[in-house]
Design a protein around this ligand. Structure first.
Ligand SMILES: C[S@@+](CC[C@H](N)C(=O)[O-])C[C@H]1O[C@@H](n2cnc3c(N)ncnc32)[C@H](O)[C@@H]1O
Length: 218
C-alpha cells in the first residue's frame, strides 16, 4: 500500500498530464500511478544508478516497463523536446537541489510542478512564482510522525505578499499548519540560551506573527 505521503502527491496528478518524476528512487509512487491508470505512461529518473536500479526492479516486477521509462541523469537533462513532458514531480529533496534542477530551459515547456520539498518553502515559493507560476494547491500532512508540505504550481502570474510566500497562500488558512509552526518556534525559543538575544527576539516576532495569523482565521 502506498504511504500517506506518496498518496498525497498522487491526488494532484491527472490522466492527461505528461509527467516526469525526478529523483524517483524506488519508483513506488510511479508504479502506483500507472498501475491504477492515474496516468497511462510516464518517465522517471534518478541521478544515482543504484537508486534508479531499485526503481527499475520495482517497475519490472509489476510488468510496467512498457509504460514507465526509467532514465539515469541529473534533473531535467534527461529530457529532449520529443518527450513532450508538461508536468514535473519532485519529492524528497531540499529546496536548493530542487531549484538547481528547475534552472533549465526545459522549464519553459512545463505547465505544472508538484513539489514536496524538505525545507525552505519561502525560497521555493518565491523562486518558482517569480518564474511565471502561481500556486494552485498546498497540503500539510503528517505521515509516520513526520510533517510534509506539498505545493502545486501552475502556469500564470500572481503577486503574493511576503506573508503568503512564507506560510503559503493556501496554508495561511490552515490552523493545523500554523499551530505546528508556532509550537516549533516555541520549542526552539525554549532551547535558545538567554544571551542569544537577537535570535530570541526574531523568534518572538515570528511567534507574534503566527498568533495574529491564527486569530485572523477565527
Ligand atoms: C530521498 S529520495 C526521494 C525518493 C522519492 N522521490 C520519494 O519522495 O520517496 C531523493 C532521490 O533524489 C535523487 N536525486 C537527487 N538529486 C537529483 C538530481 N539532481 N537529479 C535526479 N535525481 C536526483 C537521489 O538520488 C534520490 O534517489
Amino acid at each position: 500500500m502506498l504511504s500517506i505521503r506518496l498518496e498525497s502527491l498522487a491526488r494532484h496528478i491527472n490522466f492527461n498530464d505528461h509527467i516526469i518524476d525526478i529523483g524517483c528512487d524506488h519508483a513506488l509512487l510511479d508504479v502506483y500511478l500507472v498501475k491504477n491508470n492515474v496516468v497511462k505512461k510516464m518517465i522517471v529518473s534518478d541521478i544515482h544508478e543504484n537508486a534508479l536500479n531499485t526503481g527499475k526492479d520495482n517497475i519490472q516486477k509489476n510488468n510496467l516497463s512498457d509504460r514507465i521509462e526509467a532514465r539515469l541523469g541529473d534533473g531535467l537533462s534527461v529530457l529532449t523536446d520529443d518527450d513532450k513532458i508538461d508536468t514535473i514531480l519532485i519529492s524528497g529533496m531540499g529546496t536548493s537541489t530542487i531549484l538547481k534542477i528547475l534552472d533549465n530551459p526545459y522549464l519553459n515547456k512545463i505547465d505544472k510542478l508538484i513539489i514536496q520539498s524538505n525545507n525552505d518553502h519561502y525560497e521555493l515559493r518565491e523562486n518558482i512564482t517569480s518564474r511565471g507560476f502561481s500556486i494552485k494547491a498546498e497540503d500539510f500532512l503528517v505521515d509516520n510522525n513526520k510533517h510534509y508540505i506539498n505545493i502545486v504550481f501552475v502556469r500564470g502570474n500572481k503577486k503574493y505578499s511576503k506573508k503568503e510566500l512564507k506560510y503559503g497562500p493556501v496554508l495561511i488558512h490552515n490552523k493545523n499548519y500554523l499551530n505546528f509552526e508556532l509550537s516549533n518556534c516555541q520549542k526552539i525559543y525554549n532551547l535558545i540560551p538567554r544571551m542569544k538575544l537577537r535570535y530570541r527576539l526574531k523568534l518572538k516576532r515570528e511567534m507574534h506573527l503566527l498568533k495574529n495569523t491564527i486569530k485572523e482565521n477565527d
